[in-house]
Design a protein around this ligand. Sequence first.
Ligand code: ARG
Length: 465
Amino acid sequence: MTTNVNTEKLSSARFATATDAFVEVFTASVDFDQRMASEDIQGSLAHAQMLCSIGVLTADELDAIQRGLQQIATEIANGTFQWSVKQEDVHMNIEARLTDLIGIAGKKLHTGRSRNDQVATDIRLYLRAEINLIIVQLHRLQVALLDLAEAHSDTIMPGFTHLQVAQPVTFGHHLMAWFEMLKRDHERLQDCTKRLNVMPLGAAALAGTSYPIDRHMTAALLGFSRPSANSLDSVSDRDFAIEFAAVGSIIMMHLSRFSEELILWSSAQFNFIEMPDAFCTGSSIMPQKKNPDVPELVRGKSGRVTGHLVSLLMLMKSQPLAYNKDNQEDKEPLFDTADTLNMCLRAFADMMPHIQPKKANMYNSAKQGFATATDLADYLVRKGMAFRDAHEAVGLAVRLGLSSQRDLSELSLAELQQFSSTISDDVFKVLSLEGSVASRQHIGGTAPDTVRKAIQTAREQLLSE
Ligand code: ARG
């Protein structure tokens, strides 16, 4: 037998020369995949337990493996574990240390397993845990929105289309629109978890293994809903990662839209809200500035998450079956997606309770944009006019308002009657902002009572999740 030139490596006997020093660093993933150490240990414990149950490991060997892995977990937690680029990745670092600690039993752990099914399992376990953390932050933000919406179920603001004042809405209603977006995001995360929670372990390198493994047992030990159905697919599939990044991109797109509104609303030109000081910063040159940094940063970070989605799609698009080293590139975009989502949702959940709407400014702004013009048209229709004619008549009334710088509600009855003789003084109720919002009582409408009901229903749904 030739002497192994690279005795420190677990997979090196085949090689006559050592790995090029730069290639070793270039191909290693330990710097970033060590974050999956606890999932790697969890997967190994389940695998070893299963191997013991089918007689591949003795009870003593299992015991040694369990104790060795426990010690490794402690060393990692204490920061005393020596990670080495020579061992390439998290999997081989842990296995090498296990063998140092317990000898021959450590060398048996990899029986019937490959790093290919191991890494696919680790990422799924890791993402599953991250998704749960993300859901916690998402939930906090949803509750914060409900609380703010409840406090402002009858605060009136202008609703916009094309960023032009369109019709009055309640601030609570606007916040509940954000809530609905997050509710769908939550459903998407849960849906993505269904396909993620399938266990690749047992696929080994690509073709399965000749040992009589019990994949149901390993799946149950790891909390997976079932073992995966095809060994080739198991080691090569990263759809779950792409789906997670896609859901993440949608969440970030939503947060970016909220951010944009908060930034606009806190500007002197809108002046609808006061952002909490603790979530803003000043300028190094302009003493008067109070910048909405948190929403600006969140808006900016949405770009990187969409970038990760595109990276992952491109990573997978030309890969033949089954595992390819390309897949090592899945981790950094995924980890960063999870971190970004966690941080941005947390920042929003923390900030939301401290946002102070400036009710009078919102109200006055709604009054300035002829926001009740549609209400006047609807009023004329109720009095028998065809909608197109009513639209025309109200257009003329708006012109009069514009030229005399008055809202429709500030025109006199006689002036309004120029546009239709059917108008009587009950029109002023319709022209008021309060009357306008209160009249939209159907499901999904902006009337304060309807908004309160929507909040109530949403609270009940959140509690039942
Ligand atoms: N570090 C590798 C990854 O992240 C682990 C799997 C390596 N498998 C292999 N056959 N080289 O994908």
